[in-house]
Design a binder for this molecule. Structure first.
Ligand code: ATP
Ligand code: PRP
Length: 214
């Protein structure tokens, strides 16, 4: 039997992902020990796990370096990889929004003027404004602390994730428009889905049941 390989997002989604996999018996004791090791193996069940940067998970799965991945919907929308999204895991819930100073709300609605949009998600932002059609935008790619941009005059608005809303609030910014809800998803490589159909569908079914019984 060949190994089934999982690419998991390190960071915010890691604990919940491990909890879910453990509850359905797809687990690896080695991973619980704190170490700098990157790949973990369960010889008995023929499973491999690795933790990657969240934004790289779809890449590992698309190329088949991993059969299965767990990653946020935001990363899937941004990276646009060719893979199967098989299950909404329900955790890691947050929203993608347009945010900025309150006075930008009417300007956004009127659609006048060139709008500078700062974001870690240039594809999501440009797709959103392209479909809205009423606004000419310049997308400015940042790598974090995006809320800074409207405060220091780099952009009028941001496209970013909101969870509790406290980062916006503490920086005097507001949600101006909702783009979409987000949560963690399980994704599968297209070839793996065919080659390992039985094992992967068993995994999906077990995960579904665990999520219902939570
Ligand atoms: N408050 C939040 N902020 C950012 N992401 C969140 C939040 N709540 C849930 N998420 C989800 O968690 C995923 C992983 O977030 P995490 O911050 O670990 O990685 P990241 O966004 O790639 O950060 P970094 O660039 O700092 O590594 C996001 O892609 C998103 O789906
Ligand atoms: O609504 P809240 O609960 O305040 O969470 C939202 C904030 O969390 C994320 O940033 P993150 O902590 O990942 O840091 P970053 O700005 O460096 O990406 C996101 O980009 C927002 O800034």
């Amino acid at each position: 039997m060949r190994y089934l390989t999982f690419a998991l997002a390190k960071g915010r989604l890691a604990d919940k992902t491990m909890e879910l996999l453990e509850s359905i018996g797809f687990t690896c004791d080695e991973m619980k020990e704190k170490s700098r090791k990157l790949v973990f193996t369960n010889e008995d069940l023929k499973l491999k796990f690795f933790l990657a940067k969240a934004t790289d998970v779809p890449t590992y799965v698309e190329y088949g370096a991993a059969d299965i991945g767990v990653v946020g919907k935001d990363t899937l929308l941004e990276e646009k990889k060719n893979l199967y999204e098989v299950l909404n895991l329900g955790f890691g819930k947050c929203r993608m929004v347009v945010a900025g100073p309150k006075e930008m709300k009417s300007k956004l609605e009127s659609g006048q003027d060139l709008l500078r949009v700062a974001t870690k998600y240039p594809n999501i932002a440009s797709d959103y404004f392209y479909h809205k059609k009423q606004q000419t935008v310049e997308i400015i790619k940042l790598n974090g602390s995006v809320e800074l941009a409207p405060i220091v005059g780099l952009a009028e608005v941001i496209v970013d994730i909101v969870e509790t809303g406290s980062t916006l609030k503490e920086n005097g910014l507001f949600v101006l428009e909702e783009i979409c809800p987000l949560s963690a998803r399980m994704v599968v490589n297209r070839v793996s889905m065919k080659m390992e159909y039985d094992r992967i569908t068993e995994l999906i079914e077990k995960a579904k049941k665990a999520l219902i019984n939570e």
